[in-house]
Design a protein around this ligand. Structure first.
Ligand SMILES: NC(=O)c1ccc[n+]([C@@H]2O[C@H](COP(=O)([O-])OP(=O)(O)OC[C@H]3O[C@@H](n4cnc5c(N)ncnc54)[C@H](OP(=O)(O)O)[C@@H]3O)[C@@H](O)[C@H]2O)c1
Length: 302
């Protein structure tokens, strides 16, 4: 299969591209930068969709970029980098004389309201309640294909939790403090910590790209991209400390995270949701890392 990967040069995209190539697929990236094996977003808009069997969008300004201060310009970039690229791909698919058989958007679990008790599946109703859930709403709406295209192109939305892997995302920022024995729970530590190993997320996305819709549906299939284990931030912290053989006795208070990151974004760390991958399990997906111990062992071992 020929697969087009928007934002494929990033943390998740590198893992996905590696997996797709191992499976024998041909991958073309869409990027802001020209280069071999890539087209740019400008070329997509001017030249239309290149011939492909599947397309996925992973593009987006990093939400935990430690170098960017939380202000209006950053928030605008978070929205436009996701919504404009998603819309550009959805429009190119709709305008294509031979649209791909699958179109996958990777969004986020931030649509589900943080809670210590509520459990969310893909079927849970939700309405936006804060900045990040508004972002997910607009992002997923930008991906929707017109009904006539949706009868031939399967639409899938994958909603990942915090993606764990050695080479990027949250772990890249956490490993050093934990190695130095400075790791600790964030906020109360009781908040749910929805997570997935990057290799499993790549597997879920690849499966969505490879499997045709039978029968085709005008509305997208939603797959929660989280591990089936339900953990709290405290459990994650203690398990990482145990595997690294380091103490984790220095909690980071919520007010410090709010001051450092801005409260609208600190929510990602100080609060969380219990997310259940009901539909993902029903597809028959087999997790390589269904529990924290196996996931963190793999990450630390590499
Ligand atoms: N990592 C996580 O824990 C996590 C959790 C939930 C959801 N997600 C979502 O999953 C997707 C992939 O995550 P990731 O961790 O792989 O992301 P990433 O590495 O931070 O970024 C992915 C790619 O997005 C492109 N990009 C960055 N800033 C951009 C901008 N301002 N405008 C347009 N493109 C931009 C870059 O590609 P080029 O430089 O080639 O243009 C980059 O390689 C993202 O949409 C993210 O929100 C991630």
């Amino acid at each position: 299969m020929r697969i087009l990967v928007g934002g494929g040069s990033g943390f998740v995209g590198r893992e996905l591209t590696r997996l797709l190539r191992v499976k024998g697929h041909e991958v073309t990236l869409i990027s802001r930068q020209p280069g071999p094996g890539k087209i740019t977003w400008g070329e997509l808009e001017s030249g239309g969709l290149p011939a492909c069997d599947g397309a996925v969008n992973l593009a987006g300004e990093n939400i935990l970029n430690p170098l960017r201060w939380w202000n209006e310009s950053y928030k605008k970039d978070l929205f436009s980098s996701r919504i404009d690229t998603t819309k550009a791909l959805a429009d190119a698919i709709s305008a294509s004389p031979s649209p791909p058989h699958s179109w996958v958007l990777v969004s986020a679990v931030a649509c589900y309201q943080p809670s210590l008790t509520a459990e969310y599946t893909e079927d849970s109703e939700w309405t936006p309640f804060d900045l990040l859930s508004r972002l997910v709403k607009e992002w997923e709406a930008a991906a929707l294909l017109p009904e006539n295209v949706a009868t031939t192109t399967k639409q899938v939305i994958v909603r990942p939790g915090i993606v764990l892997g050695r080479d990027g995302g949250a772990m890249k920022q956490m490993m050093l403090p934990f190695w130095l024995g400075l790791g600790g729970t964030l906020g109360s530590g009781r908040q749910p910590f929805p997570w997935i190993h990057v290799s499993d997320l790549a597997g879920i996305i690849a499966g969505a790209l490879e499997t045709p819709a039978v029968p085709p549906s005008p509305s997208p299939q939603v797959l929660n991209g989280v591990a089936p284990a339900l953990n709290t931030n405290h459990e994650f912290t203690k398990e990482l400390g145990r595997i690294l053989n380091r103490p984790t006795i220095l909690p980071v208070p919520g007010f410090a995270l709010n001051a450092m990151l801005g409260s609208e974004r600190a929510i990602l760390l100080t609060q969380g949701q219990k997310v259940i991958p009901k539909n993902t399990l029903e597809t028959g997906f087999q997790y390589k890392y269904p529990d924290l111990t196996s996931a963190l062992r793999e990450i630390v071992r590499r």
